[in-house]
Design a protein around this ligand. Structure first.
Ligand code: SAM
Length: 365
């Protein structure tokens, strides 16, 4: 196996030990997520027993299915690193300094979140936040987050919140786009790697861009997002870590500020479930417009009813517990039809753990 971490070079680690270490690392994150949820629920009951967030009990037969899916994604992640899709060291990447800095803040924030959720206050923003120029569907406290996507406070807590929600599998889920991305870029083998342009739509705090950079260090990367605060956070993450800094722009995915056919690949991770149907279609059409003929568009988002009916109770709870106003429609939406309508062809889908992937090609003219 190709090994890139400095420790590996000093002390050769047998393959099975490295794999076991990775599995244990992931298991630790998963237990941490569970412990956090259990502890905060108990604490909330003590402090504020009247606060109640409704959720349906998850049928016991769903739990082993979920565990199986989690094991499968960890195995797939390991296998992709093993066959060199990305360096093995990426598997152990974790924003530790953010964790120690912001975990206490996140705990403090939880009470506010639960109170807002209980009182059904879904559009509450700090008075100093400029609200002009955003589409109205965006001005929401998604996941009951303090300030929605519109403050540095929210941007600093977001990755940690997602890590806890998915038991440490947010990056393994994001990394599932990398193998199909690299595969699709083989169509541009004669293009120098530095001239390959990849856009991430709704790049948020930049984690997907960082992962793409880990896998394709020479490519020119671009990211857009509506949130200035999340772009600041992305800029910080991508500057702190080695590599070319992607070009980041504040923009709506429905109106991408790029000329036609500019990118060899376009990606979008965890955006579509937060858009109303019409905006979903417009983002797909814009992604089609800016992608080169022969290029690829890859979506990673939540599972849907059609691919994971056995996880219906979890999807229903997600929509109830985390303020996700467009999720109910999203889980029954036909994204293949939308991609097809925009002009994409060769559309394939994959499902890994709690995520669905759509890989679509813009046909050559
Ligand atoms: C759930 S987060 C996902 C962020 C990131 N892709 C990730 O993997 O964590 C959704 C992101 O979409 C952005 N967003 C929502 N609607 C958007 C739109 N119409 N155009 C651009 N960004 C949008 C939000 O600001 C937020 O950063």
């Amino acid at each position: 196996m190709q090994s890139t971490s400095k420790i590996d070079q000093l002390i050769p680690i047998p393959d099975n030990l490295a794999k076991l270490t990775y599995q244990t690392f992931q298991q630790g994150k998963s237990y941490f997520g569970l412990a956090h949820k259990a502890l905060t629920t108990q604490l909330l009951n003590l402090i504020s027993p009247r606060v109640e967030i409704k959720s349906k009990p998850v049928p016991p037969e769903v739990i082993p299915k979920l565990q199986q899916r989690m094991n499968q994604i960890i195995e797939a992640d390991w296998q992709d690193a093993e066959r060199g899709v990305y360096p093995q060291s990426v598997l152990f990447d974790n924003p530790w300094s953010d964790f120690f800095r912001y975990y206490p803040v996140l705990c403090l924030d939880t009470l506010q979140i639960w109170q807002r959720a209980n009182q059904k206050r879904y559009q509450e923003f700090s008075p100093d936040i400029a609200m002009d120029g955003y589409p109205s569907y965006y001005l929401q406290n998604f996941h009951h987050q303090t300030d929605g996507y519109l403050s540095d406070w929210s941007a600093n807590l977001y990755d940690l919140q997602v890590e806890i929600l998915f038991g440490g599998t947010a990056d393994p889920m994001r990394r599932r786009i990398l193998a199909p991305l690299k595969q699709a870029l083989k169509a541009f083998d004669s293009t120098p790697p530095q001239q390959i342009r990849i856009l991430d739509v709704a790049c948020g705090t930049g984690r997907t861009l960082k992962l793409i950079r880990d896998a394709l260090p020479k490519a020119s990367l671009f990211g857009v997002d509506l949130s200035p605060a999340y772009l600041r956070k992305a800029n910080q993450l991508l500057t702190e870590n080695q590599g070319e800094l992607p070009q980041l722009l504040q923009a709506n995915g429905e109106e991408l500020p790029y000329v036609d056919n500019y990118f060899h690949a376009t990606t979008s991770v965890f955006l579509f479930h937060e858009l109303p149907a019409a905006a979903r279609q417009r983002v797909i059409e814009e992604s089609f417009r800016v992608t080169q003929p022969g290029g690829v568009f890859i979506i990673c988002d939540s599972i849907q009813m059609s691919d994971s009916p056995e996880l219906k109770p979890l999807m229903e709870n997600f929509h109830e517990m985390f303020h996700e106003p467009y999720y109910k429609h999203y889980i029954t939406d036909d994204l293949v039809e939308r991609l097809d309508k925009a002009g994409f062809t060769d559309i394939t889908t994959e499902v890994h753990f709690m995520s669905k992937y759509l890989i679509a090609r813009k046909p050559l003219v």
